[in-house]
Write a protein that binds this ligand. Structure first.
Ligand code: NAI
Length: 412
């Protein structure tokens, strides 16, 4: 039995799911193939994923392949109640209500675990760990987040992991699409929505030049901003310089920037010493996972006053200058925009759908540990995405393939 907020929201949810579906051609083509091949016939899949329109399209793809799907949320705040209603209307067992308290949320995870799914799709490892706790580990599972993988690797190190896990989060496509293109665009989207700022002609400082920072820097450059990069890793700093960006220490960049984006994973990347040097009107945003990158308490301590000047924009007065903090230093792309676009989740979720089939087909052959996503699956997803874009590519000739795989190049 589903447990959702309001079944009457189903029509609104359906419209939202259809809107996302239009941006998810890879999942759609997999769904068509699955409907013929039925690779998940009779398989119970338990998914603990944000209950959104994109996830709904993944659920439909799995069901097209014959799976019976039960769904709960990894976070009490991430459920779209209308989408939950539309899925429940379809006959999916959904246990998720936006804003539920932690006890209700945990009970929903336990309800999905009680159905003893054979394959789990997690975003934080809650479902697969609940199954381990009740002594019914699944045949295999996938994991979407770093935090979940940390928990599962701990379980593995303690000798307690009782099924193979595919580290979907560490796939190349995940880095390239999710981090670079998804966060790259949506972080700037959040900044622009919150401030209505024109980025062209402004100096935007990106602190951290990992996959995510690279995406933000590239997109900001495309919008006409002068981009400055700050790094602590000489390799990444060199990469940024060779990519054509100015590179300098954050204290120096503090004097230059109009907009600052932290995306390091580290804490207190911008603190009082930086705030003291910033220009009047500077905008501060964080796209890193936790709200620790901008020292908000330090900002309040050096400020003489602060007030909300627009939704999601708090203005702090430091000396004669006004510094504008977005979304209280929380993930700007989720707080002020809509997170990753559906086209990005299309690739991530296609990988999950193929991983589920892979886990079913290799049942019993995979060790009970955390595995990387097989490259063949990543290539399949990339190929489907290229097809959807109408992009054709070349293939190696048999001679080229032989040459590339032989060590004896002189004697050929
Ligand atoms: P990454 O590890 O590839 O890059 C982080 C970079 O920051 C590294 O190059 C590191 O040298 C640099 N760094 C660390 N401390 C620094 C400091 N004090 N000053 C300057 N540079 C510093 O990590 P990735 O994948 O780019 O992720 C970064 C953060 O963004 C993480 O917190 C991650 O969880 C988060 N993230 C957020 C997403 C979103 O939707 N907003 C999506 C993906 C990741």
């Amino acid at each position: 039995m589903a447990d959702i907020a309001d079944p009457k929201l189903a029509a609104a949810g359906e419209a939202r799911i259809e809107w996302a579906d239009a941006q998810m051609p890879v999942l759609r083509s997999l769904g068509e193939r699955f409907a013929g091949e039925r690779p998940l016939a009779g398989v119970k899949v338990g998914a603990c994923l944000h209950v959104t329109s994109e996830t709904a399209n993944l659920v439909r793809t799995l069901r097209a392949g014959g799976a019976e799907v039960a769904l709960c949320a990894p976070n009490p705040l991430s459920t779209q109640d209308d989408v939950a209603a539309a899925l429940a209307d379809d006959g999916v067992e959904v246990h998720a209500i936006r804003g539920e308290d932690m006890d209700a949320w945990a009970a929903h995870v336990v309800a999905v675990a009680a159905g003893e799914p054979q394959i789990t799709l997690d975003d934080g490892a809650d479902l697969v760990i609940a199954l381990h706790a009740q002594g019914k580990p699944p045949r295999g599972g996938t994991e979407e987040t770093t935090t979940g993988l940390v928990r599962l690797r701990r379980l593995e190190a303690d000798g307690q992991l009782q099924c193979p896990i595919i580290a979907a989060n560490e796939a190349f496509t995940e880095r390239a699409f999710n981090d670079r293109h998804g966060t790259g665009q949506s972080a700037l989207d959040g900044i622009v929505r919150a401030t209505n700022l024109l980025l062209a002609g402004r100096t935007l400082v990106v602190i951290g030049y990992g996959w995510t920072g690279q995406g933000i820097a590239l997109r900001a450059k495309g919008l006409g901003a002068q981009v400055v990069v700050c790094e602590v890793d000489p390799l990444r700093a060199l990469e940024a310089r060779m990519d054509g960006f100015e590179v300098m220490p954050a204290l120096k960049a503090a004097e230059r920037g109009d907009v600052f984006v932290t995306v390091t994973g580290a804490q207190d990347v911008l603190g009082p010493a930086h705030f003291e040097r910033m220009k009047d009107g500077a905008v501060l945003a964080n796209a890193g996972h936790f709200d620790v990158e901008i020292d908000v308490r330090g900002l309040a301590a050096v400020a003489s006053a602060h007030r909300e000047v627009r939704p999601l924009v708090e203005q702090y007065v430091v000396g004669e200058r006004r510094l504008n903090l977005l979304a209280q230093g929380r993930l700007v792309n989720l707080s002020a925009a809509e997170g990753h676009p559906a086209a990005v989740m299309d690739v991530s979720f296609a990988l999950l759908a193929l991983s589920a089939v892979y886990l079913v087909r290799s049942a019993g052959e995979l060790d009970q540990r955390v595995h990387q996503v097989p490259l063949t699956l990543e290539r399949e997803v990339a190929r489907l995405k290229l097809d959807s874009l109408g992009v054709e590519i070349d293939e190696l000739t048999p001679e080229q393939a032989r040459y590339l795989s032989s060590w004896d190049r002189l004697g050929r």
